[in-house]
Structure formats: structure tokens, C-alpha cells
Design a protein around this ligand. Structure first.
Ligand code: FAD
Length: 286
């Protein structure tokens, strides 16, 4: 099933994101995580792509295929292009097609000094155009409510975002944010710029202080005062911080749904406990 089908219904789409197990971890953990997430009935689950893998060993596709064929839930495979040649992308696209994965979140990927860029694709829009030519995939793209870190300003970033829609992206998922007002302001500008595809809000619940600090330093999300107060109050009490993080994410989602966003994409951090707490609280309001 293509993701676009879910946005035809008159309600807020609710989706999850998971990541493949680290190289030294057991592959089994992700399957038990997914089996637990199934009961929460997300509209779709997307699987991240690690720049370290090879095209032949497409673990992202393997997991996405399990989600769609094994669990009967719509899945999307993330795919980055900056470290892949056209040949690599061809291998992955063939593999995804053979595995019945119909949705791709097409990304540039971060520039990694340890892994030199190949020169076939410079931006996500190049990959989107290429996938569009190659097959019948639904293509999603990433967007940045607080502007992508490489971009000089929001208007330039939104202009490039529009290029992704023009190249064939039919849906966007946002970078995580903790201040809904920044997301609404971005949405307004994106719509004025002619971006008409559904835009899902990316929500990451705090699981622990370290992981959130790492994510925030990587993506530059602003931290509202009420968020930093929460972190400071519970930083030495992991369970209380986790519960406060769940409450904060629920509060964000309630406001997003009331605003009328197209969808909410929950970065589950492969943690079914947190996903369950959030999903069971918001399921009645979507
Ligand atoms: P692009 O859309 O190519 O944009 C990158 C930068 O280039 C932006 O600053 C943009 O303004 C600029 N730009 C675009 N076009 C042009 C142009 N024509 N001329 C000049 N500048 C231009 N990373 C992973 O490695 N694996 C994942 O699975 C993954 N999943 C993600 C999921 C989501 C929802 C998000 C938000 C991010 C994800 N990322 C992932 C991170 C992502 O790869 C990085 O943020 C990366 O730096 C940018 O990718 P992009 O697809 O947004 O790039």
C-alpha cells in the first residue's frame, strides 16, 4: 500500500520510525520491537538507512519488507544518496521492488568525512528524480521546521524543499522539534511557497538525557524553557524523566492534532514501552 492512501482519509495520520539494530546487536531485537509496535496500529512504519551498510546488504529493506509482508502494516524504507552511486541505488531499488516495499523516504544523508561522497547525487531532489524514473514507488522527503543546518536561511531551505516536491516527492516528514509554534510558522511559509503535499510533524519523546542531547546537537532543535526545566528537574531520575518525556510528547501531539496537522511521525527510538504509552493516550483524538 502506498502512503498517500492514508492521507485521503479525513484524520491525522499516525506513523512510527524505527532503526535497524547496530552491527554488534542481535537482529532479533528489532523483530520483537516490531511485533510489539504492531498492536498499536500505526498507519505506517518507516525504517532508517545507515550510511555504513553496503547496497548488497540492504537491512533496511529487509526490515521494511517484514513490516509490510510479515505484519501487514504499510512500510517505508529510508534511502540516502550521497554515499551511493547510481549502481548502488539500482541494486537497492531492485531489492525493494522484489521485497514488495512500495514507499521510499529519499534523503541526501549527512556528509561523512570517513565515507567519501560518490558524485552521482548531490541533493535529495536528484535521488527523488532518479527514483521517479526508475519505478512505481511512493516517494517521501525530509523537511526542517528550524531550517537544515547547512542552509543559510529558512527561505532558501524552503525553496530547495519545493524542488523536492517538483521532483516527485508526495509527502514530507519533519525533523524533530520541541516547540510547536516553530513548526506552525514553518508550515505557513511552506504553504505560501507552494508546497502542497502532506507534511507530517516529527515528534521525538525523551527517552534519556544523553540520547536527546546527542540528537539536539546533531539537528540543532531549539529547546523551550519548559522543556529544559523538565530535563533539569528529572535528569538524575531516569524513570521520572522518561514519564515526563512521554507527557511532553503527548502534550505536543494534542496541540498538533488540534491545529489540524496532516500527520504525526513518532520517532520511537525502538522503544515499544514509550510508543505504547503515547499511542494509547492519543489514539482517541487522531
Ligand atoms: P537535501 O534535501 O538534499 O538538503 C540538504 C541541504 O542542501 C539543505 O540545506 C538544503 O537546503 C540544501 N539544498 C538542497 N538542494 C539544493 C540545491 N539545489 N542547491 C543548494 N543547496 C541545496 N539520515 C540518514 O543517514 N539515514 C536516515 O534514515 C535518515 N532519515 C531521516 C528522516 C527524517 C524525517 C529526517 C528529517 C532526516 C533524516 N536523516 C537521515 C538525516 C538527513 O539525511 C540529513 O538531515 C541530511 O543532512 C539532509 O538530508 P535531506 O534529504 O534533507 O537533504
Amino acid at each position: 500500500m502506498k502512503i498517500s492512501e492514508y492521507f485521503k482519509k479525513d484524520r491525522c495520520v499516525f506513523s512510527f520510525e524505527v532503526f535497524p539494530p547496530k552491527k554488534d546487536a542481535s537482529a532479533e531485537t528489532i523483530y520483537s520491537t516490531l511485533n510489539s509496535l504492531k498492536s498499536l496500529s500505526p498507519d505506517f512504519i518507516s525504517v532508517t538507512y545507515g550510511a555504513g551498510g553496503s547496497a548488497a546488504d540492504n537491512i533496511t529493506g529487509e526490515i521494511a519488507s517484514y513490516i509490510s509482508s510479515g505484519l501487514g502494516i504499510c512500510s517505508a524504507a529510508h534511502l540516502t544518496c550521497v554515499s551511493n552511486s547510481k549502481e548502488d541505488i539500482d541494486i537497492i531499488l531492485d531489492d525493494l521492488k522484489n521485497k514488495g516495499v512500495e514507499n521510499i523516504l529519499a534523503l541526501r544523508g549527512d556528509i561523512n568525512p570517513d565515507r567519501p561522497a560518490k558524485n552521482d547525487f548531490k541533493y535529495a531532489s536528484d535521488l527523488i528524480r532518479y527514483i521517479k524514473e526508475k519505478g512505481d514507488f511512493h516517494i517521501s522527503a525530509a523537511c526542517y521546521p528550524e531550517t537544515h543546518l547547512d542552509s543559510p536561511d529558512m527561505i532558501t531551505d524552503i525553496r530547495h524543499l519545493k524542488e523536492k516536491q517538483d521532483a516527485g516527492a508526495e509527502h514530507m516528514i519533519s525533523q524533530l522539534f520541541f516547540d510547536n509554534e516553530l513548526f506552525y510558522s514553518f508550515l505557513e511559509k511552506a504553504r505560501i511557497a507552494g508546497i502542497t503535499v502532506p507534511i507530517e510533524a516529527g515528534i521525538m519523546p525523551v527517552t534519556n538525557k544523553k540520547s536527546i542531547e546527542r540528537m539536539v546537537s546533531m539537528c540543532g532543535a531549539s529547546l523551550p524553557a519548559k522543556f529544559t526545566r523538565m530535563m533539569a528537574k528529572y535528569e538524575n531520575n531516569p524513570e521520572a524523566l522518561r514519564d515526563a518525556g512521554i507527557a511532553y510528547a503527548v502534550d505536543q501531539i494534542v496541540d498538533l492534532v488540534a491545529y489540524g496537522v496532516d500527520g504525526v511521525h513518532l520517532y520511537t527510538m525502538n522503544n515499544p514501552y514509550i510508543a505504547e504509552k503515547i499511542a494509547s493516550t492519543v489514539s482517541g483524538i487522531l
